[in-house]
Ligand binder design. Structure first.
Ligand code: ADP
Length: 515
């Protein structure tokens, strides 16, 4: 069975060997077991359903939320000699009829459909009368309420499958599943625990870095100038920000494209192609860009602002270095980014998800303030045990000595307690720094007022963010998030735990090592 799979890999895709995890997933699927495949972006998930499909009779159905990319995916398959087709809202009724006619006549090996199609009962019934060996569910985290991109139509998949006389084998695929998302996918699709394949989340060729409070424009310009022959993506949080970074780079003579949902489809395709064909060095984009984009030589991904959660971050940053060569993922953080994301979350339609989204945002903020290995932080977030630090991220290579800040920490924690544990970090920082603004009037009598002078409010604020990332302080999310002392923090208060922090000035911003 695997012999044939290997031949297909060579014949249609031109590769000699499978990557980690692919072989096991393909074997499991070919044995008819419903399977969940969790692999990082760029890990090679597509062949995990394409190869079983090519090794079997009938048409494999691929459910994918990436409507705008279906055509590209299908074109690529066709150019490799694989008969594939798609059905989504971009087709006319007669095109859909023709596509279904081809499918009925056994001319199509892979049929891509948008999840919303599943809401059409007669369409589902029609599918159930076909010979379908496999149903692939791409971006399977969309089925879970705990995923970052919940799509209600995904819930219909199990109903669809129950329509068939001979049940197709399911293969669910995702890059971004936390343990609770995995549990959810498995229970909703009735996948056994032993049929879950998770391959390493760490991407050894990526080095991560967070820079706090740098002059972003200056940094980005200098960075790009230092790597004139390397291609990169710059992600910004809003359309407006994409436009301004784009203009700034254009003015400095950088060959640059832009991409966001406010542009017409024609413009977007044009800009995307300029980037894919190496006509420009850089693309500045919102998170609308990148899904399914397969450009392997992206050497760096810079986040001009912090994204809203770790899933998005890793997915976007993971577009660097798909060819396995060393690449950088840099996040430029400033505290305004947190407010921007808070605002965007607050605009979201599904109010019930807001507390959940805010919690995810906090984990992202913590990433920006941790002093531990960044690669390990990410991988652990996705539920994988880490045996060693990466040795190459901004924190692993930070050589500043660690200073004992236990006493300062105790001062912060006691101030939080004195303030009744019901205020946010900005006002707490103002109190500790002895600020003279109106907001702190009520706290001037506290013994902790001004206790961290001569630190500025900004410095104290950063210290508090560090303590949150260290889990000594916890955040109660909400429109006005408040901070309180965690169980671990209490150990510091009673002198049972020490706190070490790399102090002195921020690490030097080294852009390029001398050649
Ligand atoms: P994912 O969907 O997991 O993000 P893709 O399926 O798009 O990733 O694959 C990423 C890239 O890796 C593609 O260019 C693909 O052709 C390539 N690839 C997949 N499997 C192999 C393999 N066994 N050997 C070499 N390259 C592979």
């Amino acid at each position: 069975m695997l012999q044939q799979a290997r031949q297909v890999l060579k014949q249609y895709f031109g590769y000699d060997s499978f990557r980690i995890g692919q072989e096991q997933v393909i074997q499991n699927v070919l044995e008819g077991r419903d399977t969940l495949c969790v692999m990082p972006t760029g890990g090679g998930k597509s062949v995990c359903y394409q190869i079983p499909s090519l090794c079997s009779d009938g048409t494999t159905i691929v459910i994918s939320p990436l409507i705008s990319l279906m055509k590209d995916q299908v074109d690529i398959l066709r150019s490799n000699g694989i008969p594939a087709a798609f059905i989504n809202s971009s087709l006319t009724y007669s095109q859909i009829d023709q596509t279904m006619e081809d499918v009925r006549n056994g001319l199509t090996k892979l049929l891509y459909i948008a999840p919303e199609r599943l809401e059409n009962e007669s369409f589902c019934k029609e599918l159930s009368q076909l010979n379908v060996p496999f149903v692939a569910i791409d971006e399977a985290h969309c089925i879970s309420q705990w995923g970052h991109d919940f799509r209600p139509s995904y819930r219909i998949i199990s109903n669809l499958v129950s329509l068939w006389n001979k049940k197709p084998t399911l293969i669910a695929l995702t890059a971004t599943a936390t343990p609770s998302v995995i549990d959810d996918i498995c229970s909703l699709l009735a996948i056994d625990e032993e049929d879950v394949y998770i391959t390493g989340f760490s991407r050894e060729n990526l080095s991560f870095k967070v820079l706090v409070g740098v002059d972003k424009d200056k940094y980005v310009k200098k960075y790009i100038q230092s790597y004139p022959n390397e291609t990169g993506i710059i992600y910004a949080a809003t359309r407006k920000s994409v436009e301004s970074v784009y203009e700034m780079l254009l003015k400095s003579g950088v060959r640059v494209a832009k991409y966001h949902a406010g542009m017409t489809e024609t413009e977007r395709t044009k800009e995307q192609n300029r980037f894919l064909n190496d006509e420009v060095q850089i693309i500045v984009a919102t998170n609308a860009f990148g899904m399914g984009i397969n450009k392997t030589n992206v050497r760096f991904v810079i986040h001009y602002q912090m994204p809203r959660n770790m899933e998005s971050y890793y997915q976007e940053a993971g577009r660097a270095g798909r060819d396995g060569l060393p690449s950088e993922c840099i996040l430029l953080y400033s505290s305004v980014d947190e407010q921007t994301q808070r605002f965007l979350i607050d605009q979201s339609l599904d109010r019930s998800r807001i507390p959940f989204e805010l919690k995810k945002l906090q984990t992202m903020v913590d990433y920006c303030h941790t002093q531990h290995c960044l690669q390990a932080y990410i991988v652990e977030y996705f539920g994988e045990q880490v045996s060693q630090e990466c040795g190459q991220c901004g924190n692993c290579t930070d050589e500043r000595p660690k200073t004992d800040v236990t006493e300062e920490t105790q001062k912060v924690l006691s101030c939080v307690v004195r303030m009744g544990q019901k205020f946010g970090k900005t006002i707490t920082a103002d109190v500790l720094a002895g600020a003279r603004n109106k907001k702190v009037v009520d706290f001037k009598h506290l013994s902790t007022y001004g206790i961290l002078k001569p630190m500025s409010s900004k410095e104290v604020s950063r210290f508090i963010e560090f303590l949150i990332a260290e889990k000594l302080l916890s955040v109660k999310p909400g429109q006005y998030p408040t901070i309180y002392v965690s169980e671990k923090g209490k150990e510091v208060l009673i002198g049972d735990r020490k706190v070490l922090r790399r102090l002195s000035e921020e690490p030097k911003v080294v852009i390029k090592d001398d050649p």
